[in-house]
Design a protein around this ligand. Structure first.
Ligand code: F6P
Length: 320
């Protein structure tokens, strides 16, 4: 029987389950047998796969994590193992594979497509760091979690007239920091895409706001900048304001996906199956100005990422 498979790879993201569900349901709807592959690409090497039915994906739409588990497979970077995985797919009549993950996972999807198994990749990462798409599955949930946490931090910063430095995830990408910073009314937002100077971009902003009566401060630091503990010490030393640092960490990776992530994951999952049903592979599904589109994987990986400088300026105009 004609078959499809689906796997999740790389760091997990809320909404991956919603995407898995969409692929399984749309695949069965289109007449395919659909397999779930466990632990990313490793499942194809270890033959760790299971046939899914309509009910295998019941009650997962609202759950964080990934029921298929995930891994960052080093082995799969080698041609020998890519061939092995392709042979295994052929032995099961798998005509297409949906890969949900970040750009590391896209490279695996390209390799497997070249080895004869058409793959379609979905952007699944909280970081929103994929150039070809306006949006990655998990981004909205991660930010909403961060906002909820930072609102709590603000309560205690306010009670104590303190400054709180909060480090959010995003790897080399400042998008989580930027939007979260706007949503919590941060005094300063430090991201890897914009050169910063602590005196100009943090200390003087705090002094100016202090002069107008502000007594507690939130400073958002993107993971790609790092050093939040040192930044916190510096602020305390330079301003005399008691300062604490919090690294939010993996709370941002979990939790029930927001409406936006569930709907986006569903639309992208269905679009991936539509392509594979036409025999089209080596593509990435993306969101572009509100529409679902797709790109060749190499073309997608070569696109330069643009930081939203206008949004950064918006943030700076209101956090005064
Ligand atoms: O890509 C998601 C992400 O959470 C990044 O924001 C972060 O840099 C990285 O993964 C953390 O990886 P790990 O889960 O291996 O600690």
């Amino acid at each position: 029987a004609k078959s499809l498979a689906v796997l999740t790879s790389g760091g997990d993201a809320p909404g991956m389950n919603a995407a898995v569900r969409a692929v399984v349901r749309a695949g069965i709807y289109s007449g395919f047998t659909v397999y779930g592959v466990y632990k990313g690409y490793n499942g194809l090497l270890n033959h760790d796969i299971k046939e899914m039915n309509l009910r295998s994906v019941s009650d997962i739409l609202s759950r964080g994590g990934t029921i298929l588990f995930t891994a960052r497979s080093k082995k799969f970077m080698q041609v020998e193992y890519q061939q092995q995985a392709a042979d295994y797919c052929r032995s099961l009549d798998i005509e297409g594979l949906v890969v949900i993950g970040g750009d590391g996972s896209f490279k695996g999807a390209r390799a497997l497509s070249n080895a004869g198994i058409p793959c379609v990749a979905l952007p699944g990462t909280i970081d929103n760091d994929i150039a070809c798409t306006d949006y990655t599955i998990g981004f909205d949930t991660a930010m909403n979690t961060a906002v909820e946490m930072i609102d709590k931090i603000r309560d205690t910063a306010q009670s104590h007239d303190r400054c709180s430095v909060v480090e959010v995830m995003g790897r080399h990408c400042g998008d989580i920091a930027l939007e979260t910073g706007i949503a919590v009314g941060a005094t300063a937002i430090i991201v890897p895409e914009i050169e910063y100077d602590l005196e100009r971009d943090v200390i003087s902003r705090i002094y100016e706001q202090k002069d107008t009566g502000k007594k507690h401060f939130i400073v958002i630091v993107a993971e790609g900048v790092g050093g939040s503990q040192e930044i916190s010490h510096y602020i305390q030393h330079r301003t005399g304001i008691e300062t604490r640092a919090t690294i939010l960490g993996h709370v941002q990776r979990g939790g029930s996906p927001t409406l936006r992530d569930r709907v986006m994951a569903t639309k992208m999952g269905v679009a991936a199956v539509d392509l594979l049903a036409k025999g089209v592979g080596n593509r990435v599904i993306a969101s572009h100005e509100g529409k679902i589109v797709d790109y060749d994987i190499t073309e997608a990986l070569d696109m330069p990422r643009k930081f939203n400088n206008e949004l950064y300026e918006v943030a700076m105009k209101v956090s005064i």
